[in-house]
Design a protein around this ligand. Structure first.
Ligand code: CP
Ligand code: NVA
Length: 310
């Protein structure tokens, strides 16, 4: 029995490797039950506040339907509509919201904001994406990888593009599950060194491996999974043109993808920009699992909320 009740989920490193596997197993079970039409409502009467300071399709809708399916209610909170938008502190907001809610999911810019919220809230806080990491996405991605590949250990995941929030969570998730993660970024767009170091240390225990390169071909060679993300993340819109230039050689297209194993899968957290980081033939092709990833957000989030708020 895992002791996750009442805890926060700010990054994958808040979990042990065993707890991570437990959550993926629970997500898998909840998916099977959902598909069989079985209704279980462990969060009856509970309320999740969902605070957004950036747009969202998948995270918002999967958390909202997820809490509803579990018997509870989700409340969408726009950061600008709260007094937060007029300068009320995060710490006061955390204390006030804790009096009403049973859990808070937050999507924002700086990771420190989520840490401050968690520090002052007395209910579990879930990170729905910061500039630093996106752990909920990788929870769903680990389920998707296991469904497609049968397991994690020894799989090679090539990540091509920007060393961003997705890269940071993929580094942690791959290292914790014994995968090899090979990351190709242009110079100057590498993931943060402390995240890479922490992942390398974890990988040395799990049998995983972390590689960094500026050569996409090298990263993709013999890969089981090819993953990419947008070149300009939310909040970086003004850098789009400079980034399109910097990332020009980092598009996942037919030629690059053909260096991967023949049965490699293509992954993307979405939203995607066809013709930029990936071509349409790859993301819409038979080896793409992007919509399975998106669906698995629902099951992963239900598992997470059940474990933390149940
Ligand atoms: N992948 C993901 O988090 O999507 P949204 O931005 O739509 O939530
Ligand atoms: N790196 C992207 C991920 C979106 C889910 C962003 O932060 O915009």
């Amino acid at each position: 029995q895992q002791q996750l009740k009442g805890r926060d989920f700010l990054s994958l490193h808040d979990l042990s490797s065993e707890e991570l596997v437990y959550l993926v197993d629970l997500a898998d079970e909840m998916k099977t039950l959902h598909k069989a039409g079985v209704t279980e409502q462990p969060l009856k009467g509970r309320t999740l506040g969902m605070l957004f300071e950036k747009p969202s399709t998948r995270t918002r809708i999967s958390f909202e339907t997820g809490i509803f399916q579990l018997g509870g209610t989700g409340i969408f909170l726009d950061g600008n509509d709260l007094q937060l938008g007029r300068g009320e502190s995060i710490s006061d907001t955390a204390k006030v919201l804790s009096g009403y809610l049973d859990g808070i999911m937050i999507r924002t810019f700086g990771h420190e904001s989520v840490e401050t919220l968690a520090q002052h809230a007395t209910v579990p806080v879930i990170n729905g994406l910061t500039d630093y990491c996106h752990p909920c996405q990788v929870l769903a991605d680990l389920l998707t990888i296991r469904e497609a590949k049968g397991g994690w250990s020894g799989q090679k995941l090539a990540y091509i593009g920007d060393g961003n929030n997705m890269t940071h969570s993929l580094l942690a998730g791959a290292a914790m599950t014994g995968m090899t993660i090979s990351i190709a970024t242009p110079e100057g767009y590498e993931p943060e060194p402390d995240v890479t170091e922490q992942a390398a240390a974890t990988a040395s225990v799990t049998g995983g491996c972390v590689e960094l390169t500026t050569d996409p071909n090298k990263a993709v060679r013999q890969a089981d999974i090819v993953y990419t993300d947008v070149w300009a993340s939310m909040g970086q819109e003004k850098e789009q043109i400079a980034r399109n230039r910097a990332f020009a050689g980092f598009q996942v297209n037919r030629k690059l993808f053909s260096s991967a194993k023949q049965d490699a899968i293509f992954m993307h957290c979405l939203p995607a920009h066809r013709g930029e980081e990936v071509t349409a033939d790859i993301i819409d092709g038979s080896q793409s699992v992007v919509f399975q990833q998106a669906e698995n957000r629902l099951h992963a989030q239900k598992a997470l909320m059940t474990a933390l708020m149940g």
